[in-house]
Each structure stands twice: as C-alpha cells, then as structure tokens.
Ligand binder design. Structure first.
Ligand SMILES: Cc1ncc(COP(=O)(O)O)c(C=O)c1O
Length: 370
C-alpha cells in the first residue's frame, strides 16, 4: 500500500525555510526595515500601549540612515570628492553611521566628540576605522557642542578637500528619514501620535513630514532633556546624551510640534531599565525619555489612538552609565521613580524645569528672542 503522504510532502528547501531573512550584498543594505515592538504595561494599561520603532536594530543605530544619505547626496552633488576626508561633530550615533558610510564609500572619517563619549563607543568607532578627536574644554556659552563645532571648523581648514555633513543644518539629515516613515505606514497602517526625541531635529522633522502625507492629522510630540536649550529653557549641564542641545540647530522644525516633554536623567534610567526587564528591548537616554512620554500619551489618549515612538538606539553602549548601578548611585539616579504623569507649564519661560514636564505651547526660542 502506498503512503500518499510520502508522495505529496516535499521537504522544504533551505530557501523556503528562510523566506523572511535578508541577504545583504553589501553593508549599507543592512540599514532600515527595522521592527516595531508593542510596549504596554507598566508604561500603559493592557491594550493601551504604543509601538516602538527599534532603530537599534540598524548596524550602528538610527543615524545610519542620515549618515549614508548625507554622504550619498554630497557625492552626487560633487561636494564630496572620491576618497576625501569626512569630518563631523557627534555625540556618537552619527559617528557610527559615518564610520559605516566611510567603509561603504571608501572615505577616511574623523569624528570630533567630547569627554562624555562612552569609552566602549570610542573603541567601537576606532575599530570601524574612524579617527576620534576629543575636545577638552566646553565653549563658554555654547557648551560641548559649540566646542566640537569649532574644532570641526579648524580641522576642515587644515585638511583641504575635506567635507563636513553638518547634521545640524543639512536638509539631507531630515530627508533621510522618509524611509523610516514609509516603513511605519507599512507596519502600522496609520499613526495618530508620533513621539520623537530631539537633538539635531533631523528625525522628528523628517519622519513627521513624510507621515503627514499619509496621516494629515498626525500629532507630533517632542522629547527633550532637562537642561537643554532647544525648546526655550536655559542651558544647564546635561547628563543625558543624544537628545537635547546647548545650541539651536536649524533642522528643528518647530512648527511641526504639538507638544514638548522634558525628562530628567533619573526618569530616563527608570524607563530604560523597566523596558529592559519587561520587554527585552531598551536603549539609552533618549529611548528611556521617549518611552516614558509615549506610555503617558497612550494611557491618556482615546483607546483607538495609534501611538508610535522612535527608539534611536539599543542598550549596549550604556552599560557603564544607564545600566551601571555604581554610576547611577553616584549621580543619584536610583533614588526616585518617575511620577505617573508630567507636570504641565503654559510657556517654556514659566520656570526652569527639573523633572518630567510638558508644555503644549511650542516656541522657537530664536524667533522669540528676535
Ligand atoms: C541616541 C540618540 N537619540 C536621539 C537623538 C536625536 O535625534 P535627532 O538628531 O534626529 O534629533 C540622537 C542624535 O544624535 C541620538 O544620538
């Protein structure tokens, strides 16, 4: 008697088994198509969570997208000659992306950063072939960021033919995030509220602009750190890196924001650690701050509201800071859990915020001062 099963069942070929795996003919094709993860309790009630776009799944992080795009556009325009040096100021994430772009497009890369750069990241950047230059003193008014930018100007003068992407003003930094918005639409269908951290302003501006073509009523919530100047607070020392600024980058699209939240370092640490232990997905300061804010938005919005939050990187480089008990104890970051909701102010100039605070009146401080 013949066994019909044995004649109809064909063993799957290896290609059939790997239908969802990507083959990357070269390193730049590893960038993009990052997953989204549903985050609910304890950030929001069951069924009332938000979707986290895990940009830490890129080889270097979220800034692989603008690094490649800015380099490719500069090459196409003839601003970056074959083999010329790329010089840029970075707190780290763009540095990883530029190191990748340097490998892919065969350019030497020099990154100017400050003593706050995590030692592990310094080693990684060197391993990826980048030259890392540290500035030693902050600028008297523009802080570390201005000191880094001054050093970049000096290096550009001493290396003829070198090119600086200038992520703070380069519109290609913004345009690079259109792909991320299209991925969100493909993954989620629609987005009602987008929650983004803000540093150069690139990803909030780029993702929101493209998303609004599909979702015109999109609400954009910006997340900044206490001590950052971006949304009209006075400049103070900042522990959190990645988000926040001591200058006013041109790429920030102030008109695009509906609301801003400032988050303190201990609140971001609670959030990062809670994400790691409850969802096995976390990241650094900006991820913690964004998750705290997105959870509150999800809890307080109508149940059907679709909230997406951008997680710019993963946790690895923060194991000596956010995830290090000694570091956190030394900086008093483990003493208090965040409140269940932010304080609210009506104008950024109303008070100097010290902990999680929101303001629905988003101003451009450079225009307000004029
Ligand atoms: C880890 C991290 N999060 C958030 C940001 C802010 O992103 P954007 O510069 O697009 O505003 C940055 C920027 O450098 C970053 O490195």
């Amino acid at each position: 008697m013949s066994n019909s099963l044995s004649t109809t069942l064909v063993p799957p070929s290896p290609a059939h088994l790997l239908t969802t795996a990507n083959r990357c003919p070269q390193p730049s094709t590893m960038v993009g198509n990052t997953p989204v993860l549903w985050i609910d309790q304890p950030f929001a009630d069951a069924g009332r969570g938000f979707w986290a776009k895990l940009e830490g799944a890129n080889p270097g992080g979220m800034k692989d997208r603008p690094a490649l795009h800015m380099v490719e556009q500069a090459k196409a325009r003839g601003d970056l000659a074959p083999g010329a040096m790329i010089i840029e100021s970075t707190s780290g994430t763009l540095g990883l992306g530029l190191a990748l772009a340097g490998v892919v497009h065969h350019h030497p890369v020099t990154l100017v950063t400050d003593p706050g750069l995590e030692p592990i990241l310094h080693r990684m950047l060197s391993a990826y072939g980048a030259n890392v230059e540290l500035v030693t003193d902050p600028h008297p008014t523009g802080g570390w960021q201005q000191a880094r930018r001054d050093k970049v100007a000096e290096l550009l003068d001493t290396h003829p033919g070198s090119w600086c992407p200038d992520q703070y003003t380069n519109p290609d930094n913004v345009d690079a995030y259109h792909s991320l918005a299209v991925e969100l639409i493909a993954q989620l269908g629609r987005v009602d509220v987008l929650v983004c951290s803000v540093g150069t302003g690139g990803h909030s501006a780029g993702v929101a602009r493209k998303l609004r073509q599909f979702c015109p009523d999109l609400k954009l919530v910006g997340v900044d750190t206490v001590g950052s100047t971006i949304f009209g607070q006075p400049s103070r020392n900042r522990l959190m890196r990645g988000l926040g600024s001591s200058i006013y980058p041109d790429n920030i699209d102030y008109a695009a924001f509906d609301e801003v939240h400032w988050v303190a370092p201990h609140e971001a640490v609670w959030s990062c650690r809670t994400l790691a232990s409850t969802h096995y997905a976390s990241g650094g300061w900006s991820v913690g701050a964004v998750a705290l804010t997105a959870g509150w938005i999800a809890r307080t919005s109508a149940p059907e509201t679709r909230v997406a939050a951008i997680f710019p990187d993963g946790p690895q480089r923060y194991f000596d800071t956010v995830y290090n008990d000694d570091y956190c104890a030394e900086h008093g970051l483990l003493d208090d859990d965040p409140p269940t909701e932010p304080a609210t102010i009506d104008h950024p100039a109303e008070q100097v915020v010290q902990s999680w605070t929101r303001c629905a009146n988003v101003i451009n401080p450079t225009e307000a001062a004029a």
